[in-house]
Write a protein that binds this ligand. Structure first.
Ligand code: ZN
Length: 150
């Protein structure tokens, strides 16, 4: 990776951790799930408003490190208006990106989420980057209202 690209990715993460997007609760959320990463102490709550199989609105609140906050912020930006199938495909692509694996299926474009591509070099940070995504998945699957990465 060129150092210019690395700088750009760094800027995206710093920007989203300092000014997280969609950082608020959602009064009419249809799902609310809390995620916890005990390894780092990151806590986030994801609010989701589903209409049929479309993510009408999504937001989050929480306290965590820069990586987990930026990841949640970019997740909410990426998922608004997406279908459940789109969300699942994005989850797979993102997970593959940060764990350094090839995606199983044809990968959708990750766009700004590619800023996390450097995370696969830091195994302890992978859980920070994926916390919001595991929490989202629980919200979509209607399984549980608490998620822990351990
Ligand atoms: Zn963290």
């Amino acid at each position: 990776m060129s150092s210019d690209l690395r700088d750009l990715y760094q800027q995206v993460i710093v920007d989203h951790s300092r000014k997280p997007r969609n950082y608020h609760s959602l009064q009419d959320a249809t799902r609310k799930v809390e995620g916890y990463n005990p390894l780092c102490g990151d806590r986030i709550t994801i609010y989701l408003k589903l209409e049929g199989d479309v993510v009408r609105d999504i937001s989050f609140e929480g306290a965590g490190c820069a990586i987990s906050t930026a990841s949640a912020s970019l997740l909410t930006e990426s998922l608004k208006g997406k279908t459940l199938a789109d969300a699942e495909a994005l989850f797979e692509s993102f997970h593959a990106l940060v764990t350094g694996l090839e995606p199983v299926h044809e990968a959708p474009k990750l766009g700004k989420l590619e800023a996390f591509s450097g995370v696969c070099d830091y195994p302890t940070r992978v859980k920070c980057a994926t916390l919001a995504w595991h929490t989202l998945r629980a919200a979509l699957g209607n399984e549980t209202d608490k998620v822990s990465t351990e």
